[in-house]
Design a protein around this ligand. Sequence first.
Ligand SMILES: *Cc1c(COP(=O)(O)O)cnc(C)c1O
Length: 392
Amino acid sequence: MDKPQKFETQAIRQQIGTTHAQEHSTPLYLTSSFTYENAEEMRAAFAGEIDKNIYSRFSNPNTQEFVDKICAMEQAEAGYAFASGMAAVFSTFAALLSAGDDIISCRSIFGSTHTVFNKILPKWNISTSYVDLKDTGLWQNAVKPSSKMLYVETPTNPSVDLVDLEWLGAFAKKNNLILVVDNCFATPYLQQPIKYGADLVIHSATKFIDGQGRVLGGVTVGRKDLVDEIYAFSRSTGPAMSPFNAWVLSKSLETLAVRMDRHCENALKLAQFLEANDQIDWVKYPFLPSHPQYEIAKAQMSAGGGVVSFGIKGGLERGKRFLNEIKMCSLTANLGDSRTIVTHPSSTTHAKLSEDERIKVDITPELIRISVGLEHIDDIIADVSQALDHSN
Ligand SMILES: *Cc1c(COP(=O)(O)O)cnc(C)c1O
């Protein structure tokens, strides 16, 4: 048998069939519905007896190509693509959970996911029990008869803390929990949670997968029986990814490996620069030996990712002055872009948490997050360095 193709090759060569024009690049299928030869073919398509597209809310060739690639990269059985990362997150919960169910998660998760847990799911009597990401010894205490799902991010946003995926997979299995991992920060190029027992993996494709800050997208991949339920929910409720965004994102995947290599190389160099700078209190980056979970990072990630967080001396006011002195890098809420992005989570992305909640997840006032882009590292360091000098 042929050897399975390598990651980089699948990302490029896994293409849907071409049309009569024999395009080299996959064409864009901007169509809301699909036609049939006759009544019998149409009946069979609707009955699910033949593999034919029906309507782009259900499936579309561009969306299918994107999903097929992500499944290959994550070693997943099946998947469904959504209009945004949050549509993927919410639809996964809505499809798999019922009134009375409890989710176990950590407060160190994406801000909007936290809002879904605290403000949206309680409307349907779905609750969330929070555990401390770093204190896994206490997690067993959170398990109760209503526990149904375990939901984590690793590395987390914005503190770049990690969970040991091997431990997590075993814990979920032992307690009969559906393990869902938001793999947005690592991308499948650096880390594949399914290998460690994750049942589902979620991505905000808006971030490193697009990588150029152009479109929103999300995807959930994993166990086929679970994805079938997510598909049944989504095909009737309409959170589908647009064919145009799927076309953009499938192209983006062709360059994911080379982009991530450079993101990681630049991020490590920036982290090393920051660690050596006396204006910085602390730096966190998974592949710096000073990261408290460096050994876990080395075991489950092939490189440290594109996000560095650090604490600037002088706290909140200094942090604001630092942002105001930044010249080249962008001040924006996104991450995973070719452009380097600097944010101050406690006043922006995580402002909805209370001060107390923020401190619990290490989002301290002095924390600055940099999503390191693909500009030349000398220019990135020069900008950060001059902003440190001028904000002093
Ligand atoms: C951005 C993000 C999301 C949400 O994705 P959108 O595409 O913005 O809806 C979810 N999880 C993480 C970790 C993210 O960074």
